[in-house]
Write a protein that binds this ligand. Structure first.
Ligand code: SF4
Length: 420
């Protein structure tokens, strides 16, 4: 592990509330770091090598990075912090893939395995809508017994029951599996998903987009090139996606920087990413930890460094940077708003994946709680729709929307805290 040891998480609060002027903070750090920050403030995105360096900053130098990210966030997207009222539905936890970072999945024979029927999924969504949800986020395990048209059938049922709901569903891993089962290529499969009601896709299953790391995390999962191919196909078919990254396990700072660089190169071509969501690895109940493959990294400084570096590296390309209360807990998620974030995610109402892995932030944060977290950081809360527009705007059914919205404007998007 090449991160420095962090044994003073109490300093995180200091970093987020440090009120020394930006100039003084930059002047107090080494010339290499200061140069990167100066150039970023002028609009020059850090290179991969510079990004990897930024991720390692701690203490006083991290304070300068956080301040620069906060200034860029304010200049580029203002003081509003958005959130979405959504309902997560993880309809099955049956999965054969065996990712070592995942404590959500079970084999069919496990007494903890479940596979909710469609009626039960619809009931959960209905409950979410009654509580104000404008979006459903659906992801599940890779169930070897699923019918070849299983993903289509679920979408048709949800779209039929809720014509105006925004359906955000199916990670690239699910598309990979579904396309294979249906003997379709990715564009064809995604077109059919869209015809069945899909609006947007989570850009999960990304973890770290490096095949060496992926081989250790989950050798049965789709590789980097396939992830990229599916994401590009979705964007080309007019289906925006989020982008994510799981950090804090066995990756190095260079892996993080290269991952962000890959995302920005895709975004330059397609404009189809709506947001970037760095997701802290939750280690407690995972095989990675049980097998001694990871040493837990204390929460705090690494998280702020990853968020702030992301803001600098993605400047002008992916302007929506989402923190995760599910992964970080309410306290740290609030503090991370000072490190470049402008979105706090969704209410979720059910998020089994992180809970199974040991996260303790709960499965639901009300809109009122999210607003309070935002206001505590002296920012302005605003509910958004999935595509970062006003909740009065229609971002639901796909008809008439292809190629517009996110893709046309090179940003928008969605909230999910799931790891796939
Ligand atoms: S992360 Fe997704 S694909 Fe991997 S084991 Fe868990 S549910 Fe299965």
């Amino acid at each position: 592990m090449s991160y420095q040891t962090e044994d003073y998480p109490d300093r995180v609060e200091f970093l987020s509330f440090d009120d020394r002027p930006l100039r003084r903070r930059i002047d107090s750090v080494d010339t290499y770091s200061a140069g990167i920050l100066e150039r970023a403030l002028e609009g020059l995105r850090p290179s991969v090598e510079e990004g990897a360096h930024l991720v390692t900053l701690r203490g006083n130098a991290l304070s300068a990075l956080v301040a620069a990210a906060d200034r860029i966030r304010r200049d580029d997207v203002g003081d509003v912090v958005t959130y979405v009222v959504n309902r997560n539905v993880n309809w099955t936890n049956i999965c054969f893939v065996g990712c070592k970072f995942c404590a959500f999945a079970h084999l069919k024979t496990s007494e903890l395995a479940y596979d909710h029927p469609i009626d039960s999924v619809l009931a959960r969504i209905r409950e979410g809508i009654e509580r104000g949800a404008t979006e459903v986020c659906m992801q599940g395990g890779i169930n070897p017994e699923m019918d070849s048209d299983g993903y289509f059938e679920l979408l048709r049922a949800v779209r039929g029951a809720f014509p105006k709901l925004h359906i955000h569903a199916y990670s690239p891993m699910e598309v990979y599996y579904g396309a294979r089962r249906s003997a379709m290529d990715y564009p064809e499969y995604i077109r059919e998903l869209k015809a069945c009601g899909l609006d947007t896709m989570p850009g999960t299953a990304a973890e770290i987009l490096d095949d060496g790391v992926r081989e250790i995390l989950s050798h049965k999962k789709l590789d980097t090139a396939t992830w990229v191919r599916i994401i590009r196909a979705a964007h080309a078919e007019g289906v925006p996606t989020t982008s994510t990254m799981m950090y804090g396990h066995l990756e190095t700072p260079m892996h993080i920087a290269r991952h962000i660089d890959l995302l920005r190169s895709i975004q330059l071509d397609t404009g189809g990413f709506t947001e970037f969501v760095p997701l802290r690895f939750i280690w407690q109940e995972t095989k990675l930890f049980a097998e001694g493959l990871v040493t837990p990294i204390p929460q705090g400084q690494l998280d702020l460094a990853v968020y702030a570096t992301s803001r600098l590296m993605l400047r002008g390309l992916i302007d929506n940077l989402q923190t995760s209360w599910v992964k970080l807990g309410h306290e740290l998620a609030s503090l991370s708003l000072a490190a470049g974030c402008n979105d706090i995610g969704g209410t979720l109402m059910e998020e089994s994946i992180s809970r199974e892995a040991g996260a303790d932030a709960g499965e639901y944060t009300s809109a009122e709680e999210l607003q309070a977290m935002i206001q505590r950081m002296r920012r302005v809360p605003r509910q958004r729709n999935t595509l970062y527009g006003s909740i009065d705007e229609d971002d639901g059914p796909p008809s008439g929307r292809a190629g517009s919205g996110a893709l046309a404007h090179g940003r928008p998007a969605v909230a999910t805290a799931s790891v796939h």
